[in-house]
Design a protein around this ligand. Structure first.
Ligand SMILES: C[S@@+](CC[C@H](N)C(=O)[O-])C[C@H]1O[C@@H](n2cnc3c(N)ncnc32)[C@H](O)[C@@H]1O
Length: 250
């Protein structure tokens, strides 16, 4: 069993961009998602991207004029982000996202935690603490956006084998093993080498977060929450700081 940081360092980091379909396609998908979100982020506004990876959302946001602080525990993914960002104002920060407040120098207009990053936190208490601290840092009208996989209803039998990506040289498959509060994610990589196919696996734990629980937690911290479909079957919660009407789109 690996921690998420070990899993990214030893297993996923080196193939993450490939897994996401290549940098160009992934940045295009991130850009489409940022456009769909239509965040009220003015030119020069500060945005925090928690668990930014290689910048799938940070880079499109910076192209729209935001100044982005991209926090991630993976040095390898931040190195890729630094290559891809060019001269865009994206600051790569290698830290635990739970320490995000120590990287705030100006009030952020938005805080993002996308692509199932939040499920990597150690427990539900850490998720609720993150939401509470985001609500403290965002001014009224500031946005907190989180997207994650709904593992609350377990897949059964062969549904738990998930083909992630394959091509002539790599096959990546994920197997899910459910526990009461968490899911063990086994990533199995087959890679063609000069000696033939080689297989390596790695396993880490993710939280089984229920969208309803997160919505309640966001609302109780004063967010106005919109629920909508995210990328690749994820749930996306778009939360605006400041108490007013709650609406559910999907
Ligand atoms: C599934 S990827 C999502 C990346 C990106 N947000 C996206 O949508 O493509 C999860 C990312 O969160 C990072 N991560 C996981 N736990 C973290 C933590 N506690 N602090 C900082 N980064 C973390 C991983 O290194 C990885 O880059």
């Amino acid at each position: 069993m690996s921690t998420p940081a070990e899993h990214y360092e030893r297993h996923l980091g080196p193939i993450y961009v490939w897994m996401a379909g290549g940098a160009e396609a992934a940045l295009q998908a991130g850009s489409t998602e940022i456009e769909a979100l239509n965040l009220p982020v003015a030119r020069g506004a500060i945005v925090l991207d928690l668990g930014a990876g290689f910048g799938m959302h940070s880079i499109p946001l910076a192209r729209k004029g935001a100044r982005v602080t991209a926090i991630d525990s993976s040095i390898e993914l931040l190195r890729t982000l630094t290559e891809l960002r060019g001269n865009l104002p994206v600051q790569a920060v290698n830290d635990d996202l739970q320490a995000f407040q120590s990287h705030i120098t100006e009030a952020p207009s938005a805080i993002l935690c996308m692509g199932d990053t939040i499920a990597h936190l150690p427990d539900l208490g850490a998720v609720e603490n993150l939401i509470e601290r985001a609500s403290v840092e965002l001014p009224p009208g500031g946005m907190f956006v989180v997207s994650f996989r709904d593992y609350s209803v377990p897949l059964i039998g062969e549904q738990r084998f998930i083909p992630v990506r394959n091509d002539a040289t790599r096959i990546l498959t994920c197997f899910l093993e459910y526990e009461p509060e968490t899911v063990l994610v086994h990533d199995i990589l087959h890679e063609r080498t000069s000696d033939g196919w080689q297989t390596r696996g790695s396993c880490y734990r993710k939280l089984r977060l229920s969208p309803e629980h997160l919505i309640t937690s966001l609302q109780s911290n004063g967010f106005n929450v919109r629920r909508e479909p995210g990328l690749r079957g994820m749930v996306r919660l778009v939360a605006r700081a400041g108490r007013d009407l709650v609406r559910a789109v999907a």
